[in-house]
Write a protein that binds this ligand. Sequence first.
Ligand code: DC
Length: 241
Amino acid sequence: MIWPNWPWRDTTMPADSPAKSIPFRIAIDGPAGSGKSTVARAVAEALGMTYVDTGAMYRAVGLRVSRLPEGANWGGEAEACDIAFRPAHGGQRVILDGEDITEAIRAPEISDWSSRVSEDPAVRAAMTRRQKETGSRESVVMEGRDIGTVVLPDAPLKVFLTASEDERARRRLRDLELRGRKATLEEVRREIRERDQRDSTRDAAPLRKADDAVEVNTDGMTIDEVVGRILALARERGARG
Ligand code: DC
């Protein structure tokens, strides 16, 4: 089934909110198009936690270096840049050094750049440091490729989302179409396959299911079913909300 875009709402809470006083962390990992963003956003909203899209951070670095001459120091760029998530009506905006890059980072060439820069250990170190810091400060639902294995290895709940390549390609194509971009199913399938291959075979923090992660295959499940499953697991493990 092809999932519609989950309605985005502001999940930002006052810093003194009770749900934020004892940080609870949920790590969601999985390959491209597995539904991580949609599901993580909905789970964060239901539990009143902060949603962190770590893929958007690698995309921001990818966009930044794509604009530089060849030979740029990617790790240095990743350290130096300012990446912020700003709540906005109808969605969270991604801001790089003051520029709204929310739409720009979804272009297929930036997907490719993001996967390339994410192979660089210096880029990963810079992003991981920021992500760990956020996870130690507030309750988060953080999604990516290495959240359960590297960024939040002590998270009380880790989920590894999967879906067949066909289904993931169909979801990604629909995402692109909703953003007004044109592509064929075959192009999207090829892009996903190449990225998955690179993301799961790189040396630095490859995409991998943490040993203690719960694997959820979302083929044939609705968004509500997947979200409900994760919320039940989170509450079992002590999440409030
Ligand atoms: O989730 P996404 O498609 O927006 O991620 C873009 C790229 O960023 C992905 O191909 C691999 C990389 N990434 C990563 O290496 N580690 C993460 N935690 C998140 C994303």
